[in-house]
Each structure stands twice: as C-alpha cells, then as structure tokens.
Design a protein around this ligand. Sequence first.
Ligand code: SF4
Ligand code: SF4
Length: 471
Amino acid sequence: MRVPGVGRFLGWRHARTFVQIPLLLVAILMVLHGLFGPSLAPKNLATTLTWLHFRGVLALVILGAGNFFCFSCPFVLVRNIARKFFRPRWNWPQKLRNKWVSVGLFVVVLFIYELFDLWASPLWTAWLILAYFGTVLIVDGLFKHAAFCKFVCPLGQFNFVASTVSPLEVAVRDPEVCTDCHTKDCIRGRRDSGSDLVILQRGCELALFQPRKVGNMDCTFCLDCVHACPHDNVGILSRMPASELMAVEDHRSGIGHFSRRKDMAALMIVFTFGALLNAFGMVSPVYVVEKWLGHLLHLGIEAPVLATIFAFFLLVEPLVLLGGAAWFTQKSGGSRRTLMPLMVRYSYALVPLGFGMWLAHYGFHFFTGMFTIVPVSQSAMASLGWNFLGHPRWLWTGIPMRFVQPIELGFIILGFFGSLLVTHRLAEEDCPGHPMRAFIPWAIVCLLICAAALWLMFQPMEMRATFMMSS
Ligand code: SF4
Ligand code: SF4
C-alpha cells in the first residue's frame, strides 16, 4: 500500500470497481461471442479467454502476489449493483456455514467440465458464465454479507486455497494499534457520526476480524477493511508463502482452527487430488482407462464411467494415501492423535504440491496458447464488420513446448519442496522427539503425488481451445 502509484491506486475507495468494470465488459463480450460467435473453440473468445488466458493468469498472479482475482471479480460488481435495489433479508443458514457446499460444487464443476468437454464448447462456456452470474444474484440477493464468496463459490475456494501459498496477505501493520482501538471498524464498518445505522464504508463481509485474521483463507482481497480502518492500520503485507499452512492449530477469525475443520481438509484434498484428476482428463491414457472401465462395468455411457474415475481420484486414492500415512505416523512416530485428526492436519501440507500441479497444467495451456488472444479478437471484431485490427493472424499461438516443459517441471518441483517443508514443520510439532518418524510417511505421500504429476505432465496432452499448434 506504500508502493508509489500502486499503493495510491489501491488506497482509492473505488479501485476495486475501477478494475471490475473492464472485466465485466470482457465477460459480457465472452458471453455474446459464446452464444452467437463461431462454434469452433479456438476461434471463440468465450473458450479461449476462459480456458487458456483466465485460468493461466489467475494461477500466476496468485503465485506472484495474492488473490487479486477475487479483488477484481465482475460477479461481485453485478451483485453490488443489484443490492442497491434488493436488500437481502436472511443470514446464511448456520448448518451450511462450512465448506461442504462449495466442495461439492467444486467437484461438480470439475465433473461437468470433463463430461461436456466445456473447453471445446463456446456455447456451454457462455452458459456456464451466465449460470455463475445468476447464482451470485440469487444467493447474495437472498442472504446477507458475502455468503456466495464464503460458502458457495467454487472458483473462490480455489483462489482461497491457492493463495495460502501467496507471498502477500491483507493484515494489520501494528497489532498494538488494534489493542487500543475501540471502534473495530474493520469488521463493523465505518459508521456515520450522526447515526450508527448509516454505514459509510462496510467492514469485512467475510467475517474476518483483522487483529485475529491468519493468512489468506477466505480473504477476497476486497480491501474493505483497509478503507474502513480509521487508523490506517491495515495493509497488504509480505510474508513467507505457505507459512499459514504450518499454523493449523492457530485460531483464525471467521474460520476457527484448521486442524478441527474436516470440511476445510476435504477442500484441500479436492484441490490437490483434483489437480491430478483434471490433468489426467487431458492425457491420452484417460481414453484407455475409460474404455477398459466401460467394458468391465458393462456401461455404454460416459457419465458413470467418469464418476467411477472421479471416485477413485477424490475418495479412494486420498483415503488410501492419507489413511496409510496417518497410520504409520501413529505407529512409528508415536503421535497421540487418532487417524482422522492426523489426516485432517496433514492434508494442508499437500496444498503447495497441488498448486504446483495446477500451475503446471494451467501454465501449459496459457503459455502454449497465450498469443491466440490476438487472432481471436481480430476475428471477433471482423465478424462485427470492424476490420481495424486487421486480418486474423491464426499462426500466432504461443511459446513452443520445449520452453514450456521446463517451466511446468519447475512449478511441480517447487510445489513438492513447499509441501515437504510444511510437512516437516507439522511433524516437528507432532512428534518433537522423533520428527523424522512422522515426516517420512507424509514425505512418501508427497513423493508419490509428485511422481504422478510429473508422469502426467510428460504425457501427450490435448491442446484445449488452442488452434494450429504445429504452425
Ligand atoms: S484493524 Fe483498524 S479498525 Fe480493526 S481493530 Fe485494528 S485499528 Fe481497529
Ligand atoms: S475486508 Fe475481509 S475479505 Fe476484504 S480484504 Fe479485508 S479481510 Fe480480506
């Protein structure tokens, strides 16, 4: 916030809206092109921008800075406009104040992505974006605060989990100032001096009270707390990436203890193993497995076969690996925790590796197709009769594979070492006398996941939503 230029911009109260408006316009353009433009995915803005550019840039920004995609989310802009006309009346139900709904939706999105080949369908991609806008409006039209972001949005959950390894977080500059603060505007919102009912600047809608906030989980980087704090005591601070994953026993405002949250652990597991699953869906062995499973189960349709693969990746594999490592930690490491708390505790350590895999996968599509934005935009404009961008240069695709593969390798290895680091810290806490005994089973789990990720990355991959790569 004190960086010249950038800090001044972020400190401006309307900075978020300023960034959201162009993204909303791009989203509208994508929907229109998806609905009415060419049906060939590599020629359509809906598919190329969604599946090549958006995902790749999102992962890279989270790696290099923080959750700036939730900051610039156009869905929230539409929601804010709608709330000027309709005030939500209800609080989100107590029983649903956890991550189970969003974990389920995360799996559903991964599933329909594979089942309906969303990357290949501009029409379905456009409907997905529209469905997202519709769901935000319904959920946040009915329920107060940021119910959609915190409890529903699968994309937001992805960003929250991934940003646990970001180098920046929104945090208090000086805890002493908070001790003496009586208004707590960062959570309550800044009120009008004449009437306590008039809110001039809202506080944190995600129930994160700054002095007790730990890390980036559930933080949309909206900066409302920055603007609300009357003491200018909230900033965007640097920190050691993934350090919050080591603090599983700390109490976090708006979240509780990571170590007691089975729903949160399930989110970490879906995030990590979903990365493998999503990459598996685009390499050629998946067709062999699908065919073999279809024969074995006597099934002629794809959905149940795909559901079986999903169950293997997201239930059987994590249960066997994490359950086995927890059992060894208990037996050889002498941990006094039972199996389930051990599995929950160490599931957080897998996040850097999972993120490394997502980065490698999304980075692959982004780097090999990053220049397609040029011909697709030229083509979209030409179809409207505006030729000022010139003829589409379809030969513009992206960076050659030989440069991209070392980057992919680097992301996975970086994630692997990040996971080992977190695992070791947790093992030290768990078994102070013999940390290596607790560490080794989990290090083996990390090694197996890393080996699987590397194997997947070096399989021939589908060039999703990319055109003429051989050129
Ligand atoms: S962050 Fe600001 S508003 Fe919140 S408790 Fe600290 S000083 Fe008060
Ligand atoms: S108001 Fe809440 S969600 Fe927004 S930046 Fe601050 S802590 Fe994060």
